[in-house]
Design a protein around this ligand. Structure first.
Ligand code: S5P
Length: 271
């Protein structure tokens, strides 16, 4: 397999290849904190989310949330998360996986009890409804400096986001332009070699390969960053699932940060 040119560039040198402020900030943070680790905080109350943020925030470039599973979500919580994102220097990614027509996603993104666009720097969408979903989301997010990822591939067993679907997702992003769509959720680099710089964020990561009982499949940070050329590893239960509280989580996050960063440094040495 040939080496994808993007994988030979440093995160820092890629900042100037982006116009979107969230994409730029993410790459700057990655370089500054030497971290390509996103922690996925999939717990169901705000106190627990904030405890995990306090424990691992200094180790990560990004915190990923599922706001709709947090039973006591409030705007005060969102403010607190934003405050932490400044203090501890990370991007907030709300993993909303929008999947409706443009007009509906405008409201889902902007309104309701979650008001996602008001606090999340980054969110994501399935391409299944067609380009109108990007038009809708960007009408809300672009003026706020927000960014969007499209789900081009998934980590779960038997998913339908493969082959032609993935190629068409890439095509849709290209046609939308990189002002608002900045990259993909994908398992490997799905962008053609001579194209612009796209960010590849990859879930389904564990320190050992494996899976869960509901179809999730795990690959190691090295597989994802070095072998598959992705940019960010997304780790949920591998970090917040460890026993021993805040200190244990911090130690586990540091293991992932180091594994992800070493794989990146190794990849920069390839020719
Ligand atoms: O294909 C995907 C896309 C996403 S965003 N597979 C995933 O697992 N995710 C998300 O990543 C998922 O919703 C969860 O929040 C996280 C993985 O969590 P873990 O506990 O399995 O590491």
């Amino acid at each position: 397999m040939s080496v994808h040119p993007t994988t030979l560039k440093t995160y820092g040198s890629r900042v100037s290849l982006h116009s979107n402020p969230t994409a730029k900030r993410l790459l700057e943070i990655m370089e500054r904190k030497q971290s390509n680790l996103c922690v996925s905080i999939d717990v169901t109350n705000t106190a627990e989310v904030l405890e995990i943020v306090r424990g691992v925030g200094s180790k990560v470039c990004m915190v990923k949330t599922h706001a709709d599973i947090i039973s006591d979500f409030s705007s005060a919580f969102a403010d607190e998360l934003v405050r932490f994102s400044k203090e501890l220097d990370f991007i907030i990614f709300e993993d909303r996986k929008f999947a409706d027509i443009g007009n509906t996603v405008v409201h889902q993104y902007q309104s309701g009890p979650l008001a996602i666009a008001s606090w999340a720097h980054l969110t994501n969408a399935h391409p299944i409804p067609g380009p109108g979903i990007i038009t809708g989301l960007s009408s809300v997010g672009l003026p706020l400096g927000r960014a969007l990822l499209l789900l081009g591939e998934m980590s779960s067993k038997g998913n339908l986001a493969t082959g032609e679907y993935t190629k068409k997702t890439m095509q849709m992003a290209k046609e939308a332009g990189r002002e608002f769509v900045v990259g993909f959720i994908a398992m490997s680099r799905v962008d053609p070699e001579e194209e612009e710089d796209w960010l590849m964020l990859t879930p389904g990561v564990g320190l050992v390969q494996g899976g869960d009982k509901m179809g999730q499949q795990y690959r190691t940070p090295r597989d994802v960053i070095l072998d598959s050329g992705c940019d960010v590893i997304i780790v949920g239960r591998g970090i917040y699932g460890v026993k021993g509280g805040k200190d244990a989580m911090e130690a586990e996050a540091e293991k992932y940060r180091r594994a992800g960063w070493e794989a990146y440094e190794e990849r920069l040495k390839r020719t």
